[in-house]
Design a protein around this ligand. Structure first.
Ligand code: ASP
Length: 168
């Protein structure tokens, strides 16, 4: 509402970064939410370990941008890393978490109208960025396309396409 009053765009600027050293050390971070016009006091998922970011030296790393409430509810980054621990590839692990987010949104839509569209697709965005222990990466998106940035010794810095769960 404030954004509408000011005629401003509701810009976002949150970043997640996962890194793997040549010695096999894994680390990640997510900037505190860059969402504009946040409700005062709202924390969002970005600083919550498990929701906006998670990494485990034994399994892999993940983080997200988009609707933080959905990432918190699904413990999205932890869900991704646990899927990799069970042997899933980064892209399959990311999509598994987005399927969970979709199921949760469909249930919550009964008391939060507008959370999913007429086709049952979540009406919000969530992107997850995933790094496996072998350096394999993936970026997955609930809806809408886009790109994520990768830099490694073999390919240098570049953009890769996000894999969209609900392509329309
Ligand atoms: N995930 C952030 C939040 O919900 C927003 C963002 O990614 O821009 O606070």
């Amino acid at each position: 509402a404030v954004a509408a009053l000011l005629g401003a765009q509701r810009v976002t600027g949150t970043l997640h970064c996962s890194g793997l050293s040549t010695r096999g050390e894994l680390a990640c971070t997510t900037t505190t939410s860059g969402l504009s016009f946040k409700i005062p006091g709202r924390v969002g998922d970005s600083p919550i370990v498990g929701a906006g970011l998670y990494c485990d030296q034994e399994a892999g790393s993940a983080g997200g941008t988009g609707r933080g409430e959905s990432a918190i509810l699904a413990n999205a980054s932890f869900t991704v890393v646990e899927a990799m621990r069970r042997g899933a590839s980064p892209v399959d692990a990311g999509l598994e978490a987005l399927h969970r987010v979709t199921r949760q949104a469909r249930r919550a839509a009964s008391w939060q109208p507008g959370l999913v569209d007429d086709a049952g697709v979540p009406a919000f965005g969530l992107q997850l960025y995933v790094l496996g222990l072998d350096g394999t990466t993936a970026g997955v998106s609930l809806r809408g396309g886009g790109k994520y940035a990768v830099a490694d010794l073999e390919g240098g810095p570049r953009h890769e396409p996000l894999v969209t769960l609900h392509a329309r």
